[in-house]
Write a protein that binds this ligand. Structure first.
Ligand SMILES: NC(=O)c1ccc[n+]([C@@H]2O[C@H](COP(=O)([O-])OP(=O)(O)OC[C@H]3O[C@@H](n4cnc5c(N)ncnc54)[C@H](OP(=O)(O)O)[C@@H]3O)[C@@H](O)[C@H]2O)c1
Length: 236
């Protein structure tokens, strides 16, 4: 099988769907993960209508049984995975600053990607050029947290700490995988018009997907263990 295979989480809408579209337009087979199987299949149907080889998969990144099922499917259908985009994410700060909101954020924004990636590592290692992209946020950048005008004086502990932890894990995973062909990077998509970003965001979804797509298709001499927006490094 010569075609590359990509799995994108949280991909029935927003940035995830567009990342699937842009990878699919490059001839890559895309598996679109969503918590709701019908939504995953409907999203795959949209891309199929655009002549993209897309499949919908039921995948709540916090559900270990669903992670196992996806790994098994990937193994039997393709025997490897070339690209994993950990895109699914939640913003729980509207629930308050209590510990439950912070835990809920870590479950999806950090522990889910960690569990899924760990389970898929053997299949990523079977690829000649495995790529892992963690969809982070500039709000996870400790270097800019105090000066970021997007939040001003408002405290958003759940989102910022979970994305900062995701960034730290990106570096650790890249170190663990440095003797493999796999590259691991984080990106900030920009402030994008999605359900999470809101209608007032300045960036269109197509442009927001580009940072993740670039990292998902890096050449052999591309970076690993970095944090990027529009191909430029960001401060941790
Ligand atoms: N939009 C921005 O301005 C912006 C900026 C920086 C970073 N990001 C990041 O970009 C990523 C995509 O966000 P978006 O802007 O495209 O927002 P979105 O349209 O709200 O998409 C978020 C996706 O994550 C999925 N999701 C949530 N919990 C999940 C779980 N447990 N398992 C699997 N999927 C789950 C959602 O599915 P359900 O509908 O089923 O919950 C949804 O498909 C997120 O990681 C976000 O933090 C976005």
């Amino acid at each position: 099988m010569t075609k590359q295979v990509a799995l994108i989480t949280g991909a029935y809408k927003g940035l995830g769907l567009e990342i699937g579209r842009q990878l699919g337009q490059m001839g890559i087979i895309v598996l679109l993960g969503a918590r709701d199987r019908a939504k995953a299949e409907a999203a795959a149907h949209i891309l199929q209508g655009e002549h993209i080889e897309a499949h919908g998969v039921e995948l709540d990144v916090t559900n270990s049984d669903q992670i196992k099922a996806v790994v098994n499917k990937m193994e039997s259908d393709f025997g490897r995975l070339d690209i994993l985009v950990n895109n699914a994410g939640v913003y729980t700060d509207h629930l308050g600053t209590h510990i439950d909101a912070i835990r809920a954020s870590f479950e999806v924004n950090l522990f889910g990607p960690q569990a899924l990636t760990e389970a898929l590592l053997p299949l990523l290692k079977a690829s000649p050029a495995g790529r892992i992209v963690n969809q982070s946020s500039i709000l996870g950048s400790l270097g800019t947290l105090l000066t970021n005008p997007m939040y001003g004086e408002r405290s958003v502990p759940a989102y910022t700490t979970s994305k900062a932890a995701l960034n730290a894990w990106t570096v650790q995973l890249s170190i663990a995988l440095r003797d493999t062909m796999i590259k691991v990077n984080s990106c900030h998509p920009g402030w994008v018009k999605t359900d999470m970003g809101g209608a007032g965001a300045p960036m269109e979804i197509r442009e927001g997907a580009e940072s993740a797509v670039w990292l998902a298709t890096l050449p052999k001499d591309g970076p690993t263990g970095g944090f990027f927006h529009k191909r430029e490094p960001l401060p941790w």
